[in-house]
Each structure stands twice: as structure tokens, then as C-alpha cells.
Design a protein around this ligand. Structure first.
Ligand SMILES: Cc1ncc(COP(=O)(O)O)c(C=O)c1O
Length: 395
């Protein structure tokens, strides 16, 4: 006998690549040279200034106390300064910024304030699973819309049937996009903001990759669009920009009515991030101008190596202008789940099958730029070898 689970628990799918860490350990123990390109979790070091700030703060007993919702005032103020420097937008550090324990928890918790049973959230598919998780745990209904290459991986509120749109409370958007690396033109964002205002839909704009952009491209904030303040909340993260995935540090920004709803939910589920990490976050944000460009250059080198090598290996992918992913089409209708399983078992390469991010991701797999150009090239060659084998088997 075991305690009965809530029905909503059964609606959660298996999290992508959940089985990989255990299987990877077994393969490594058997002597397999595993190249892991699965998670968006680079092997690079965070800014030295952040590490130093963490060490200093950890020595201060005050930092070991609860941060509560307020957190470290200096962190809120550093975020507000950064938003102004980066996007030219002013936000009140105390009423319009919500410190987060990584942006994922904020994204997932937000639905609890805005969705109730019967309400719909529109979710891009493939997409980051926190949108679906938050919606389902909030007992909302998920309406997925496929991101397709022929539409530049953009979706519109009106892709949803009118009777569903009527019940839609949230639209999740993420550009630069995980996993497709697509970017959003400003005209598109203007159109979506206008429609969300007409329909009174909360626009959740996930900007986790705002700083990983190449070839002169500068991703915008949703708040650069007139009127977005009425309907939008934007999520930011130190994870990707500063190679600080494990530190769990991010923020949400929105006008007070929206920001305070998320902050209130959080008062019931957490007691704030470790304040020493927030002190390190201040140092990271302040190192943006000197430190981030060389980090982006490292990702650009990896992107160039990966795009060339995976194309040559038989996967006709486009070179992304942002984020840290290559979205590789699988030729000949091969199933992405089988390809990813065999890539690990037969070639020791971890990739993310598109189907694990929703049905709309089938036919693709995702490669993350989380290791050196040489290892990316080696992984591409191994994937190419597997592709040739699978095609021969299918012939
Ligand atoms: C699109 C997107 N949003 C948000 C996150 C969450 O980042 P974190 O919780 O580390 O801030 C990720 C991480 O992979 C992501 O890909």
C-alpha cells in the first residue's frame, strides 16, 4: 500500500532526459568516453568577481540568515541598474523586481497566482518544461502550439481556436528560444503584446538567453514594446549569461500589480535565496560590460564549430544568432527518441530528443554548446556515424 497521489500528479510527463545521469554514470564506469551535450549547463567558470563576492559574503554571519522576499537590497538595486543599462528601462527595485532562486521556480510558481481550474495557458512546443509544469500543478489546462521552422518558430495567440482563446489566461513566450534558438522580431512582439492587451492575457516572457547573442544581434526586453507593462512579466537568469546554473539566481520584472502576485505566492513556498549568492549576483551583474563579451565569444566559437560539424555530419541545421543550442533536423523521418537513445548507448553522446520537449519537437534533437569545439566536432562525427547506420537499417 502507498499514499494516494493527487490526480494532477498523473498529468505530469517524465522530465526530459531524467534517466540520463544514472545511465551516463554506468557507461563512464565501463570506460565509455561520454560526451554530454544534453543540458544547457556549460563547463565554463563563472566570473571571478562573483566567486570572490560569494567567499566574502559567506564569512559574514548576517548573510546566513533568511533572505525572505526582500532579499539583499543591493541585489534588487543592481538588477534595476542593469535593466536600465541594458535596455534603457527603469523599474522600481522594491516593487517591480522579484528576486528568484533561479528563474525556473519563478516561472513555475507564477501560474499559481494567475491560473485556476478551467483556465488555459498557451505553451510553445517544443519548450521549456517549467511552463507546462506550472500550468498543470496550478490545475490549469495546457494548450500547446507547435514551433515550426516554416513559421520561424514564432507563435501567435490566434493560433489557438477562439473558444480556447476565450479561456486563455497566460501565454508563455521564450526568445531567444530554447530549444530552437529562434529570435523574435520586434514587430512580432508588438503584435503579440497588442493582442494580449485586447484579450487580457498575461504574457510571460522568458528572457533567460538575453545575453547569449552573436553577430551583432541584441535581444530586446518585452518592455521595449509600448503597452507591455500592462500585461507582461519578464524572467531573467544569471545561469546562462554568467555560467552560474548551480547558484540559483535570477529575477522577474513586471509592474507592481503583477510582480506582487508572484512575490506573494513565493512568501508561502520559499524564504528567499541565500543572500551570499545574491551578493555574488551583484558582482556578476556589475561585471557585465567587462566579463560577458569574452564569455559570449567562447560560445560563438562553440556555435561555429557545432553548426559546421553537425551540418557536415548530415544534419542540415541553421547557424543560430542567439542562445546556446543547435536544433538539428533528423533526416528521413527518424524518431528523435530512438536516435537519442542510440546516440548514448552506441556512440556515448548525450543529446536531447526533440520529442521530450513535446510532440511539436519530434523530428529534431538539441545539441548544447557546453563543451569545447573539439569535443563538439567529435560528437558530431559520432552522431553522423549513427545516422548513416540508421539509414542503412531503414533502407
Ligand atoms: C528557456 C529557459 N528558461 C528558464 C531557464 C531556467 O534557468 P534558471 O532556473 O537556471 O534560471 C532555462 C534553463 O535551462 C531555460 O532554458
Amino acid at each position: 500500500m502507498s499514499p494516494r497521489l493527487a490526480p494532477r500528479f498523473a498529468t505530469l510527463p517524465t522530465y526530459p532526459n531524467a534517466h540520463v545521469p544514472a545511465r551516463k554514470r554506468e557507461l563512464i564506469a565501463r570506460g565509455v568516453d561520454v560526451i554530454d551535450l544534453g543540458a544547457g549547463d556549460a563547463d565554463l567558470a563563472p566570473p571571478p568577481a562573483a566567486v570572490e563576492a560569494l567567499k566574502r559574503a559567506a564569512d559574514d554571519p548576517k548573510m546566513s540568515r533568511y533572505g525572505f522576499g526582500l532579499g539583499l537590497p543591493a541585489y534588487r538595486e543592481a538588477v534595476a541598474r542593469w535593466m536600465e543599462r541594458r535596455f534603457g528601462l527603469r523599474f522600481d527595485p522594491y516593487t517591480e523586481i522579484v528576486p528568484l532562486i533561479g528563474s525556473k521556480e519563478g516561472i513555475a510558481h507564477l501560474a499559481m497566482a494567475f491560473v485556476s481550474a478551467g483556465d488555459v495557458a498557451v505553451i510553445p512546443e517544443p519548450g521549456y518544461l517549467a511552463y507546462l509544469g506550472g500550468t498543470l500543478l496550478g490545475e490549469g489546462t495546457a494548450c500547446t502550439v507547435a514551433l515550426r521552422p516554416e513559421r520561424d518558430f514564432l507563435i501567435e495567440p490566434d493560433d489557438v481556436p477562439p473558444h480556447v482563446l476565450e479561456r486563455t489566461r497566460i501565454l508563455y513566450l521564450n526568445y531567444p528560444n530554447n530549444p530552437t534558438a529562434a529570435i523574435a522580431p520586434l514587430k512580432y512582439l508588438q503584435r503579440v503584446v497588442a493582442r494580449c492587451r485586447e484579450l487580457d492575457i498575461l504574457l510571460v516572457y522568458d528572457n533567460a538567453y538575453s545575453e547569449l547573442a552573436y553577430d551583432g544581434y541584441r535581444p530586446p526586453s518585452i518592455f521595449e514594446v509600448d503597452g507591455a507593462g500592462d500585461v507582461a512579466i519578464e524572467f531573467h537568469s544569471l545561469s546562462k549569461t554568467y555560467n552560474m546554473t548551480g547558484w540559483r539566481c535570477g529575477w522577474a520584472v513586471a509592474r507592481p500589480a503583477i510582480a506582487s502576485a508572484l512575490a506573494k505566492v513565493k512568501t508561502f513556498v520559499d524564504t528567499g535565496a541565500f543572500m551570499a549568492v545574491q551578493a555574488a549576483g551583484v558582482a556578476a551583474l556589475e561585471s557585465w560590460a567587462e566579463w560577458v563579451p569574452q564569455n559570449v565569444a567562447t560560445f560563438r566559437e562553440r556555435r561555429d564549430a557545432a553548426a559546421a560539424a553537425f551540418c557536415e555530419a548530415g544534419f542540415p541545421c541553421t547557424t543560430p544568432r542567439a542562445a546556446m543550442y543547435l536544433w538539428c533536423p533528423l533526416p528521413g523521418g527518424l524518431a528523435s527518441g530512438e536516435f537519442a537513445d542510440r546516440a548514448l548507448e552506441e556512440e556515448g553522446v548525450v543529446v536531447l530528443p526533440g520529442s521530450s520537449l513535446g510532440r511539436g519537437g519530434e523530428g529534431f534533437f538539441r545539441v548544447s554548446f557546453i563543451t569545447s569545439p573539439d569535443r563538439l566536432r567529435e560528437a558530431a562525427a559520432r552522431c553522423g556515424r549513427l545516422l548513416r547506420r540508421m539509414r542503412q537499417e531503414a533502407a
